[in-house]
Design a protein around this ligand. Sequence first.
Ligand SMILES: C[S@@+](CC[C@H](N)C(=O)[O-])C[C@H]1O[C@@H](n2cnc3c(N)ncnc32)[C@H](O)[C@@H]1O
Ligand code: SF4
Length: 387
Amino acid sequence: MMVKMTSTTPFAVYVHWPFCLSKCPYCDFNSHVRHGGIDEGRFVRAFETELATTAERIGARTVSSIFFGGGTPSLMLPSSVEIILDAIARHWTIAHDAEVTLEANPTSVEATRFRGYRAAGVNRVSLGVQALDDTALKELGRLHSVQEALDAVAVARLIFDRYSFDLIYARPRQTLEQWSAELKRAIAEAAEHLSLYQLTIEPDTPFFGLHKAGKLIVPDEDLGRDLYDLTQQVCADAGLPAYEISNHARAGAECRHNLVYWRGHEYAGVGPGAHGRLNLGDRRFATETEKRPESWLMRVEATGSGLTVDETLTPGETADEFLLMGLRLAEGIEPARYHALCGREIDPKRVAVLREEGAVETTADGRLRVTQSGFPVLDAVVADLAA
Ligand SMILES: C[S@@+](CC[C@H](N)C(=O)[O-])C[C@H]1O[C@@H](n2cnc3c(N)ncnc32)[C@H](O)[C@@H]1O
Ligand code: SF4
């Protein structure tokens, strides 16, 4: 695969801040609680080092988006965010319209830092509201109330041109009527973008143990499907259609950073447990860093990088990943790009069967995309089409 780089080819930088005030019982992200505090300055210097090492390796790029994810990046000092953004700007050109997002927990303490983040260069926040129901927030182990979350959304609206928030649905005991009312309330608070995730019971989380013991009962498959369909309908009616299986936006307000992942472009990942995809010459590398924060720190201080995985993807692997990510998008994929990546067609027989079943369709301009009825069984569709 030969990737020709131009200044308009998207290139994203992901920065992972791995600390949280407490661990939510459903979450399996790389997030850690450090009651004794951390040496933030030392971590920030390690981010600068890892960025320098990455830049030395890949050379010039124009950065189209930056995303501070976590963990809880809104625990960072605004000055730390600024130092990291300055480091990115030292190594690469930042596009004049670059999207710079920071994931924030919606507590009042964190909202007080929003102005500082804006001054540092952040222009979009993504708030983890999770529920507009105080009982549900407690059950999810959240440290904020509905009112506090809505106050944080209001502060975000004042300070940032763009903001989004996340909700988790298909929660224990949630009915269609309750979710419909909650979602409509959320849409009234959202400007342009909402991420709506069905609760997933992740292995090795407290929710997994409770679920296995029958103490946490979540909607069954049928209700889950109805909740999903309701979500699509309510959001589409409100002008926030799904552009990705769990992400809804007004036209033009899609999260540009996440589109880089889903469209199979290039991104550098720095920080503990960050993933990256780097295009070097005609090769595409999959990278991953050490997950444990202190081990990552020591590795970076000793060697300049926290990488634990640095593998060349074969053309077949790149093409399958392109399918896996691209079919999450409502716009689907360009079959010609799949062909360019691996030198063969997506199996026309399998496409025909899925088309017959109503799970995929080909658009007038030749793109292959999953249909509304195919999305709930996306994993099976992708498994069918992948080599
Ligand atoms: C990195 S996490 C959270 C960012 C931030 N720390 C927060 O909690 O607000 C990104 C999002 O993933 C979603 N999420 C995490 N675990 C989930 C699970 N088990 N099921 C569904 N959604 C989940 C939540 O909506 C969360 O806001
Ligand atoms: S959901 Fe957010 S705050 Fe909760 S543990 Fe995960 S990353 Fe941390």
